[in-house]
Design a protein around this ligand. Sequence first.
Ligand SMILES: C=C(O[C@@H]1C=C(C(=O)O)C=C[C@H]1O)C(=O)O
Length: 281
Amino acid sequence: MTYRAGWIHFTNVAPILDSLTLPPGVTAITGVPTQMNAALLSGEVDIANISAVEFIRHADVLEALPDFSVSVLGPVYSVNLFHTRPLDELRRIALTAQSAMSVALLEVLLRERGLSPTLERAEGEAEELLADGYDGVLRIGDSALREWYRVVGPLTTERTMTMLPDSGRGVTVTDLAEDWFRLTGHPFVFAVWAYRKDRPPPPELVQAMRVARREGIGHLADVAGRHAAQLGLPERVVQHYLWNFRYHLEAPDRLGLQEFAAKAVPDHAQLCFGRRPGEAG
Ligand SMILES: C=C(O[C@@H]1C=C(C(=O)O)C=C[C@H]1O)C(=O)O
């Protein structure tokens, strides 16, 4: 019987997916986070890298691979609130329908500040929506990375990624993962590789993913070079963007995920992770 995978195809998973050879009998589709969340929950696919909040919400039917994540400690560069007035003066924020995780994170961060602006779904470029009457726009993924760089760039010989300002062109960019780090001191887990408890992945697939990740992380400059051209961004930007991710769901990431679950989904069930390789059980 075929085993079906669903991959979010953003550049941040390129170090895992670019070199992945699917074992015989495994097929894959791709899409944006909300599409993969829905595909996994409906049973259209058996495993997917999904918004971590959906894993928390559906921990009764889902389990996560124990050693795969898309996490960061500090800024992520691609989950951004673009805004034209200070955060505590925002009245109307445009959300993207592509994302579940960043919307849940934004809600937590606004609640922690005692803020309650109107949140509406609207697609399009951040700067266009800001010109259209929104005073805040939440964007994720490759286009958010590109827009961030357009606002705060360019890099120069003296100015590296961490030295870039947080505003430009009349727009301020609040990086939600950095805001989370300031609030909690924890990493933020955007995605986990979740599967339906009744459809665990064949071991050959998980092994192939580990091999592909080792290959990708070991050749990050090549991965960055390929994707920089597609994204229309300098290679340095993409390389820094990629090496900044934590792909192994380690103890600090799990702590961050638990902290987020407590704040965002207070009545969540206990999170269920598969066994690490070599772990008894
Ligand atoms: C950091 C990102 O992570 C992604 C963001 C997600 C979301 O917002 O729901 C889901 C999966 C992640 O891979 C990004 O794409 O910018």
